[in-house]
Ligand binder design. Structure first.
Ligand SMILES: Nc1ncnc2c1ncn2[C@@H]1O[C@H](COP(=O)(O)OP(=O)(O)O)[C@@H](O)[C@H]1O
Ligand SMILES: [Mg+2]
Length: 343
């Protein structure tokens, strides 16, 4: 399957083919550097048992908010992307303009940020002189994702979405490290970095949150996303326990798809059950609920179309009645709470 997708790229001289960064994905011998970025400086190392932890700042990034969930499909990527745009509407703490925000997709196995920001058919990121990846920008927001680095066949740009990634263990850790440390978030060389980086985390409690907690020397907060169902909640408990174990502060929790408000009324309908269980769990865990977000059809259709709902005009929002307006208001409240905690 891979050779089929890769054949057109393999035929090109490797130095002319930007996708060569990924070739090492398929070559076990080079798995120390899965994205194939040219090397610079000493690579970060995973802490060994009893050894010193080699923590590094993320270049040109002020604060980090990691959007995490116990399980997939709860709206984590949707919320991460909309949170990034909501944060970019906020003023800086010193009043000097708006926050500069970027989004990093660390969902290596299911990157969806490219689609959500309308860049799924973009070209590959270019490299700076210092061999860092340049983020891609749409709607004024810089983003980086594994999805931009996967090979695409010219006649079927969607093929990347169907290409499973077969990496394991160390290769995942190294790819995550390159996405964390080898991206230049500055808008221009010598320009200022970003104030806050929103990270779309993979679901669950795997290696990625561990890598983040152990290697990154920045103020990190975690925003947990859940849906009201009991299964989602039990995974939330595990996720929170894990983040606490690795000392990542929990900024708060968001209940997504909490209720539905039909376009012609104002009554919340609790389609997946009342949020009482969720509220009780959050209280017991000592985690603040930052919002209970409604289920809004246009949040989904807009996401698929690459135009995050936080960017749509109030005219478009009205299609979904009070639910649409409420979603955006609540996302702004989440952004304000997050920034208050991080700043
Ligand atoms: N509040 C919401 N209202 C309507 N659809 C939503 C909402 N939140 C998420 N969705 C939809 O649910 C699906 C899963 O969301 P996604 O953000 O991809 O989840 P995850 O990243 O947790 O796997 C997507 O189709 C998305 O558009
Ligand atoms: Mg996702």
């Amino acid at each position: 399957m891979f050779s089929h997708h890769l054949r057109p790229w393999l035929a090109r001289p490797i130095s002319k083919c930007p996708s060569y960064r990924l070739f090492s994905v398929f070559s076990v011998a080079q798995h120390e550097n899965p994205l194939g970025l040219p090397r610079k400086g000493a690579p970060p190392t995973m802490p060994r048992k009893g050894g010193a932890i080699d923590k590094r700042p993320i270049p040109n990034v002020g604060k980090v908010i990691a959007v995490a969930s116990g399980k997939g499909g709860v709206g984590k990527s949707t919320i991460a992307v909309n949170l990034a745009f909501s944060l970019s509407h906020l003023k800086k703490t010193d009043g000097s303009g708006r926050l500069r925000v970027g989004i990093l997709d660390l969902d290596i196995f299911g990157p969806s940020v490219p689609t959500l920001v309308g860049l799924q058919n973009s070209g590959e990121p270019s490299l700076t002189e210092k061999n860092a990846l340049r983020p891609l920008i749409n709607h004024g927001l810089p983003s980086m994702s594994m999805g931009y680095l996967l090979p695409k066949t010219p006649d079927d740009p969607d093929a990347q979405n169907d290409t499973p990634i077969v990496w394991r263990g160390l290769m995942v850790q190294k790819a995550v490290q390159q996405l964390l440390f080898d991206v230049d978030w500055r808008a221009s060389p010598g320009g200022p970095g970003i104030d806050v980086l929103v990270i779309d985390m993979p679901p669950g409690t795997g290696d990625v949150p561990l890598t983040l907690a152990q290697l990154v020397k920045v103020d990190v907060g975690a925003l947990i996303v859940s849906t009201p169902q009991d299964v989602a909640l039990s995974d939330v408990r595990k996720g929170i326990a894990m983040l606490r174990k690795v000392a990542v502060p929990i900024t708060g929790i968001v209940l997504n798809e909490s209720h539905f408000i039909c376009p012609s009324c104002t009554t919340p309908h609790y389609l997946f059950g009342a949020p009482d269980g969720f509220r009780a769990t959050a209280k017991r865990l000592g985690v603040d609920i930052l919002a209970e977000l409604p289920l809004v059809p246009s949040v989904s259709t807009n996401g698929d179309a690459g135009i995050p709902f936080s960017l749509v005009s109030s005219e478009v929002q009205k299609k979904d009645g009070n639910g649409g307006a409420q979603w955006n208001e609540k996302m702004m409240e989440v952004a304000e709470s997050v920034w208050k905690t991080l700043a």
